[in-house]
Design a protein around this ligand. Structure first.
Ligand code: ADP
Ligand code: MG
Length: 679
């Protein structure tokens, strides 16, 4: 060490005496002296430069000078140490000159240098003990030899200083230990171009920086790039970063940089009267049709108003969840992949979880934690603040399925396993696709009957789109044309390019999500209320057709509609757009083709086919008998009589009549006499 540098550090630290004194008084609650790099650079830029290129030597000198400070003696005395060791940590590294790098750009040039990178915490290990001063005894002469362990590999003494032999035994009890934690981060999804795979790197944090981050956190870390030699002899080494400083950042879409010029362009686009068409047509242009689905996805990308709090302190989820169900081969998967490409922040996974990371979050014992517990963030956590496109939603495993309930409504994922109790944030919109159990979608059956998704989960989606593969010559011709064009000449391709280029679209969405927090106008509120009340009243006899969940979904959709044109006000037009989409979906899903009645219960009940058949038989019998009678009613006795021959017992008839009455399909004008409510 050049004397000049040592003196410079001494002088710099002298200026920090007050801070060091304050630290000493709260030791060991605080163990780190935090130095702003910018301050160091202003003080002495040669020293600052040296810190980046030779961090090991410089940090060791900082630490050594710091530990000589007398003011630490009393603090040490309190905890039975001669003198506590304070860590020196550096924040605010320069953003330029290759010191702030993306994980993918960390190459061998950086070995041994101080760098800054950022990512989302993907895996996190238990806190593990690491030896830093190992004590050895010579097997022959019992000479005591301490070896400082400043690296990840365990170092043994070369030979005994006393007798020259090289057989030692390690004494863990006399050695000195420090807590470490291994963390794996991956590149933030919003920094990747559509569909790009996020790269990962391992970090080590120690002592007071263990247990400060959790899976799903977005962090900036400053550290030194180190290498871990291969377990088997070879020349390829694993790299990891020994963290010096970890900083939490909770930015979401802000990371997408928007220039002033682009902002002007965004504002201009928002005033375009055809903005809704433009936005809708920019989603999966190579897929023919599905206007409503695309419109709903557009609204999902913008999302409802964020940061809403109810008087009781709970928050309302702004994220819109969509479910596409239907026949195989109708471009569901394709649609999901498209959204993953266009969304500013997204992840595409399949429910089967072949990717290994899982959908929600897991705690498992693995090598990463040297056999102890590792917390792993799944897709919903990693895509926080964005969209998770989940294909084959029906094929989820049991754990994910139960965690999904909490994730979709409370937007958190809790883990309680083997003494680990933790909660992740999962403010993620879900775009899910599912195939029917029996290969084809049957409009006569409820969704819950044909999809392996529990009704409780189905009811958490704001909109459910059944997509049927119907044979329609005109339509088929158009789809064929469309698909053929995609494979055709460059000239043909023009109709396939999105109206808003993908890069601009991403920026447009980010801008809106960041800046627009639209409020419902009185008129819009009245419109939504009217629709909701009518929907609830449309069933007779008090059967529930719509729940407050639908009301919340309507509000979210209307807010998203306002965000599409960057409006801070939700107008009647926005309310109408939400109502139109909801109506479209209700016609597809909640409309019972058998009875001709709207019934949102259809979304969330799963009568078996046999049960529904029996219900149908009873309904038919009542209809028939009532039609034949003068009073247009059917008596209980007659109904039972006509049904026993069809294998429905009297007690079953009673039960079904009760249910039909409750749901408002039939009513009882006189005791024991039933009439049909709907024709
Ligand atoms: P699913 O996931 O619904 O089973 P896929 O997304 O795998 O279906 O789609 C199968 C193929 O059919 C894809 O290559 C898709 O592009 C094509 N396809 C189906 N419907 C359409 C459509 N309406 N427009 C364009 N391509 C379509
Ligand atoms: Mg598919």
């Amino acid at each position: 060490m050049v004397v000049y540098l040592k003196e410079a550090i001494e002088k710099f630290l002298d200026k920090k005496d007050k801070e060091i004194q304050a630290l000493a008084s709260v030791y060991p609650d605080k163990k780190s002296l935090l130095i702003d790099y910018q301050e160091l650079e202003e003080y002495d830029h040669v020293l600052a430069e040296k810190l980046l290129s030779e961090p090991d030597e410089l940090i060791a000198t900082f630490t050594a000078i710091l530990s000589e400070k007398d003011m630490l003696v009393s603090a040490g005395g309190m905890v039975g140490l001669e003198k506590p060791v304070l860590h020196v940590r550096f924040k605010n590294l320069p953003k330029e000159r290759g010191y702030t790098v993306m994980v993918r750009d960390i190459n061998s040039d950086y070995i041994g240098r101080l760098l800054s990178t950022e990512g989302v915490v993907n895996r996190i290990s238990d806190v593990l003990p690491k030896v830093y001063k190992a004590i050895f005894y010579c097997n022959r002469c019992n000479e005591r030899t301490p070896v400082m362990q400043d690296r990840r590999i365990f170092k043994e003494p070369y030979k005994c200083n006393h007798c020259g032999r090289n057989e030692f035994r390690f004494s863990p009890e006399e050695s000195e230990w420090i807590d470490i934690q291994k963390i794996e981060i991956q590149e933030p999804l919003e920094m990747l171009k559509g569909g790009e795979q996020a790269r990962r790197i391992e970090l080590w944090v120690e002592d007071d920086f263990t247990d400060v981050v959790t899976a799903g956190d977005k962090i900036v870390i400053n550290g030194i790039l180190r290498l871990l030699p291969p377990k088997i002899k070879g020349s390829v080494f694993q790299k990891f970063i020994e963290a010096n400083y970890v900083e939490g950042i909770q930015k979401e879409f802000e990371d997408i940089e928007i220039t002033k010029q682009e902002e002007d362009e965004i504002k201009k686009l928002s005033r375009d009267p055809t903005i809704y068409d433009k936005v809708t047509n920019s989603i999966a242009p190579s897929i023919y049709g599905y206007r409503e689905v695309k419109e709903a996805i557009a609204l999902q990308l913008f999302g409802g108003r964020t940061g809403k709090k109810l008087p009781d302190g709970t928050s309302v989820r702004p994220d819109i969840h969509l479910l596409l169900v239907g026949d195989p081969g109708v471009a569901k998967s394709k649609m999901l992949q498209y959204v993953d490409n266009i969304a500013p922040k997204s992840i595409y996974v399949t429910g089967k979880g072949t990717t290994g990371a899982g959908l929600t979050a897991t705690a498992e014992k693995d090598e990463f934690s040297e056999g102890a517990w590792t917390l792993k963030a799944g897709a919903l956590v990693l895509a926080g603040g964005g969209i998770a496109a989940i294909d084959e939603f029906d094929k989820m495993n049991k754990e994910d399925r139960s965690a999904m309930h909490e994730a979709m409504e409370q937007q958190t994922i809790s883990i309680a396993k083997a003494g680990i109790i933790t909660k992740f944030k999962a403010n993620t919109s879900i775009l899910a696709a599912a195939n029917p159990k029996f290969s084809r979608f049957d409009p006569y059956k409820t969704p819950a009957e044909q999809f392996d998704i529990p009704p409780t989960l189905i009811s958490r989606f704001d909109l459910i789109f059944p997509i049927k593969d119907v044979i329609d010559m005109e339509q088929d011709k158009k789809i064929a044309d469309h698909i053929l064009k995609m494979h055709g000449t460059e000239n043909d391709m023009q109709g396939m390019t999105p109206e808003i280029p993908a890069d601009m679209f991403r920026k447009y969405i980010s801008y809106s999500r960041k800046n627009i927090k639209p409020i419902l106008t009185e008129d819009a509120m009245a419109k939504i209320k009217d629709f909701y009340v009518t929907l609830r009243a449309s069933s007779q006899g008090g059967a529930v057709t719509a729940t407050p969940r639908q009301l919340e979904a309507l509000i979210r959709l209307a807010e998203a509609s306002a965000k599409v044109r960057l409006s801070q006000k939700v107008t009647v037009d926005d309310a109408e757009r939400a109502i139109k989409l909801t109506n479209f979906v209700l016609l597809e899903v909640a409309y019972d083709k058998k009875t001709g009645v709207f019934d949102i219960d259809r979304i969330a009940t799963d009568h078996s086919k046999a049960a529904r058949d029996k219900i149908k038989t009873v309904q038919d019998a009542i209809k028939e008998l009532a039609a034949a009678s003068e009073a247009k009613t059917a008596s209980f006795e007659d109904i039972v009589k006509s049904l026993v021959s069809q294998g429905v017992s009297q007690s079953e008839v009673e039960k079904i009549i009760g249910e039909l009455k409750l749901k408002g399909f039939i009513y009882e004008p006189r005791h024991g006499q039933y009439s049909f409510a709907v024709e």
